[in-house]
Design a protein around this ligand. Structure first.
Ligand code: PMP
Length: 430
């Protein structure tokens, strides 16, 4: 195949190309696809791998936790010991740092921001009493993080991402000079949506920040900490809790994780890891919010996975379902778009997403074209605070949910839409 950059084509060549792409698009539309790739959901097959979880306890089971607690009853604010251990091992920390909550880590994140807003962190002024509160947001990032900070009227500042993490020069500058900067959203391993993992240097610089605000916190969302796609080619992420301790900043981080994309997103377990000071501060409120979370579900998870090795073994089964879909998308992108100069994309070794960057000003139109032909993608702009991608370029691809055949169809349509929109864009300037 002779490859010519679209940008090097004459107006006439582009017009000819546009006509044939339009024809292809009409044919694709006639297929009547109906695929939803807007969220990173596990497929039904992946969920089936966890069905045994439901067989771990029944009416004749011993329903006591290791410390003798009757898990059917009230009590245990911070989680049964074996669940704390499992979640600690998942995050690479120790159980004394951990509180196990209910099923959603997002809920914990919301709660952290909410408490800081109404009551303040460790005796600091509640954020609601301050004129201005700002958060640093590595971009592209996770829309639901940005939605939480937006809800509390917190001003969000874009920080560019690179393959080794957020631009740390910029982060250090903001955090050390501006006391209204109270936090940063981080997805340190297999980031949403790029699939990038913070380098060891990034983690160390993050832990060594010298914040102007005493209540500045790193919101370390380790959602994809065990979500490797390749057994022999995994990213590693350093333990932020011990790094912060070593750097003399033990209270500076809240780490989050859950089994949402390990067991069942609707009924997993989620956890927070942080310092003893923060835990004591949090428990003062938690004890008013609840008498304890679902301990039977915690028990189920521990009995099913047993330990960290069980978790890792389980994630290998997930990877077998997800890997071919990532590779299917990547090979279609490579085959159809490489060398054309109309897009670039990431090739993550784990997580749930591939990030695609179209020519500036094209993302919204590409997503709309896909939708018109029956493939729903995450809304363009969603990967940026306020839903505003300044370049209108980034698109998040979520390959986990469709079947491999559906994924191939969706990818074929996607590249067609990328080509068509790019040609139209280039013609505007010819
Ligand atoms: N954090 C990130 C980075 C995610 O991508 C997701 C799911 N898309 C979540 C958190 C949601 O986690 P949970 O189900 O535990 O609320």
């Amino acid at each position: 195949r002779k490859i010519m950059q679209y940008n090097d084509m004459s107006k006439e060549e582009l017009l000819v190309l546009k006509e044939s792409l339009n024809k292809e698009y009409a044919e694709a539309k006639a297929k009547g696809l109906a695929l939803d790739m807007s969220r990173g959901k596990p497929s039904a097959k992946q969920l089936d791998v966890s069905l045994g979880l439901l067989d771990t306890i029944n009416s004749s089971s011993d329903l006591k936790s290791l410390d003798g607690t009757d898990c059917r009853n009230y009590g245990v604010l911070d989680g049964i010991p074996e669940a704390k251990k499992l979640m600690a091992d998942m995050m690479g920390t120790t159980p004394d740092h951990v509180i196990v909550y209910g099923n959603a880590s997002l809920n914990i994140m919301y709660d952290q921001i909410s408490r800081a807003y109404t009551h303040g962190i460790l005796g600091n002024t509640p954020w609601c009493k301050l004129d201005k509160v700002k958060f640093l947001c590595p971009v592209p990032g996770y829309d639901r993080h940005f939605a939480i900070t937006e809800r509390f009227g917190i001003e969000m500042i874009n920080i560019p991402m690179s393959e080794s993490g957020p631009d740390m020069g910029m982060v250090e500058e903001y955090v050390s000079k501006d006391a209204s900067v109270k936090g940063i959203w981080c997805v340190p391993k297999y980031s949403n949506p790029q699939g990038y993992t913070y380098s060891e240097e990034t983690v160390k610089r993050m832990a060594a920040l010298k914040p102007a605000a005493e209540d500045f916190r790193i919101f370390w969302d380790n959602a994809y900490v065990i979500h490797d796609l390749y057994d022999d080619n995994k990213d590693e992420i350093a333990d932020i809790i011990s790094e912060c301790e070593k750097a003399g900043n033990p209270d500076m981080v809240f780490e989050f994780a859950s089994t949402s994309k390990v067991s069942f997103p609707g009924s997993g377990i989620a956890a927070l890891a942080t310092s003893a000071n923060n835990i004591a501060d949090i428990k003062k409120q938690l004890t008013i919010q609840t008498i304890g979370h679902d301990k039977l579900n915690q028990l189920r998870h521990v009995r099913f996975f047993k330990d960290i090795n069980g978790l890792k073994e389980h994630m290998r089964k997930h990877a077998e379902f997800i890997r071919p879909k990532f590779e299917a998308v990547e090979s279609v992108l490579e085959e159809e778009l490489s060398g054309l100069g109309i897009g670039s994309w990431t090739e993550p070794k784990g997580g749930y997403f591939i990030s695609f960057d179209a020519m500036d000003g094209c993302a919204k139109a590409i997503v709309a074209k896909c939708k018109e032909a029956g493939v729903k993608l995450t809304g363009a702009g969603a990967t940026f605070p306020y839903g505003k991608d300044p370049k209108d370029s980034n698109i998040r691809i979520a390959p986990s949910f469709p079947t491999p055949e559906e994924m191939k169809q969706a990818a074929d349509l996607f590249v067609l839409c990328v080509k068509l929109v790019s040609v139209e864009k280039l013609l505007e300037n010819k």
